[in-house]
Ligand binder design. Structure first.
Ligand code: ATP
Ligand code: MG
Length: 414
């Protein structure tokens, strides 16, 4: 096989990475970049986080990187992982491992010195590549051919590898959606279907991470369709996925030029009513902020429609730009109108043209008019704000004073 090198990549020549690799790759120890960074570099995709593997034992890693001026955080030292930090950047450095008893990720593992053994413990052939500091790529499993063919393939026997860690079912679809082309690998797909009951054992956090990444992957729509047909998606979402709405969401996002957003995509796929948002929150252990977003997104989305500019401004004022965009895109993607519909487009892009003003009246304005502190004051403020929104956000002083007067009069003495 011809030697493959990653030479010109800017990230590889980054001084901080070079410093880290040269601290670890000397004195009888070896270090390489592994996993996603190598895969993405070879595919011409953007390189995100950089994972490093090394023969050096964790204590030695800590000693060496500290010596080179990095901070070492023992994030998963029992698994051999040290997070190495400097200048606001961080790298995960993991000591090579080998299985002592084979239950995959849950296996009893020991540190090892064999790069091929470490590669074979990984999930897919395209994730088993590693790269020496000089840019030389090592491919003990045949990952480069699969990567070129955009084929996501399990290392070894798919069913066995899935039984070791059922998260690999979701990872199979996530990587296929992000890097694959065409139909998913048939053996892998069959093994995922056969192993689907195992999804129920997974921790909710791990499912959440994979689903959110899957939701924004390039080919998320066909992947979600296959997962649905295979009975997998219903199992992790705990409800019936809305594939048409999900597909339309990807199109309307592109239509208005907004980036794919994992939480919004999850809402499009799995939430029709508030109860769905609550269920996803619990099943996937979403953060409270993520749940809030979903809750606002699905609330009465069916009442949103284009054509009423004043109502649109009131909605944007009430929700703020992010929640407005979530809800409008959801309503649009579930409407009978096509993704090319001009009126929906106009509504969905309102935040690009109009920023809601700040309500100009304060408690003081009403106390001056004789409203007493307490519940009546709050009620007056709310009534005046509703009037102001209903009048389409007037900004002239006379109109605002008239709204304040009217609201105060009806609440004085309460
Ligand atoms: P990205 O970070 O861009 O999503 P990645 O390939 O770096 O992609 P990670 O989840 O960060 O993915 O995992 C890093 C590497 O660790 C993978 O490339 C793979 O080699 C290995 N790996 C991660 N999770 C598993 C797993 N559940 N089973 C086997 N190998 C895994
Ligand atoms: Mg990674």
């Amino acid at each position: 096989m011809t030697e493959v090198r990653i030479a010109e990549a800017a990230w590889l020549r980054e001084p901080l990475l070079s410093k880290l690799l040269s601290a670890l790759d000397r004195g009888g120890e070896e270090a390489r970049v592994v996993g996603g960074a190598v895969r993405n570099a070879l595919m011409g995709e953007q390189v995100g986080e950089i994972d490093v593997a090394t023969t050096a034992l964790p204590d030695e890693v800590v000693r060496r990187v500290q010596g080179a001026g990095f901070r070492a955080v023992p994030t998963g030292i029992e698994h051999g992982t040290v997070t190495v930090v400097a200048e606001g950047r961080s790298f995960e450095v993991t000591t090579l491992r080998k299985d002592v008893e084979t239950f995959g990720r849950h296996a009893k593992v020991a540190f090892g010195r064999d790069w091929t053994v470490d590669a074979e413990r990984r999930d897919f052939t395209m994730n088993a590549l590693s790269m020496s500091p000089d840019g030389r790529v090592h491919d003990p499993i045949g990952g480069i051919d699969d990567l070129k063919a955009r084929r996501v393939r399990f290392i070894g026997d798919a069913s066995r590898r899935i039984a070791e860690d059922y998260l690999r079912i979701l990872r199979f679809f996530r990587f296929h959606a992000a890097y694959g082309e065409g139909e998913p690998d048939a053996d892998g797909l069959a093994a995922c279907i056969a192993g689907r009951a195992g999804l129920d054992q997974l921790s909710r956090e791990r499912i959440r991470m994979e689903l959110l990444k899957l939701a924004v992957a390039r080919h998320a729509v066909p992947a979600a369709a296959v997962m649905t047909e295979a009975g997998l998606l219903i199992r992790v979402l705990g409800g019936v996925p809305d594939l048409a709405g999900f597909s339309n969401m990807t199109k309307v996002e592109a239509e208005i030029g907004t980036a794919a957003d994992p939480v919004r995509r999850l809402g499009a796929l799995g939430a029709r009513i508030s109860e769905d948002a609550i269920r996803l929150w619990q099943r996937l252990r979403l953060s409270n902020a993520e749940h809030d977003r979903l809750a606002y997104m699905v609330k009465d989305w069916w009442r949103v429609s284009p054509g009423d500019d004043k109502a649109a401004r009131a909605l944007l004022y009430g929700l703020g730009p992010e929640r407005f965009t979530d809800r409008v895109l959801l309503a649009w993607s579930r409407s009978a109108a096509g993704t090319g519909d001009a009126a929906w487009h106009e509504l969905a892009t309102l935040p690009q043209r109009w920023t809601a003003p700040v309500f100009p009246l304060k408690a003081d304005d009403f106390m001056k008019r004789g409203v007493k502190k307490g519940p009546a004051l709050g009620e007056t403020l709310r009534a005046a704000e509703a009037q102001w929104i209903g009048a389409d956000f007037p900004s002239d002083a006379a109109a605002i004073a008239a709204i304040a007067d009217a609201a105060a009069v009806s609440n004085i003495g309460k």
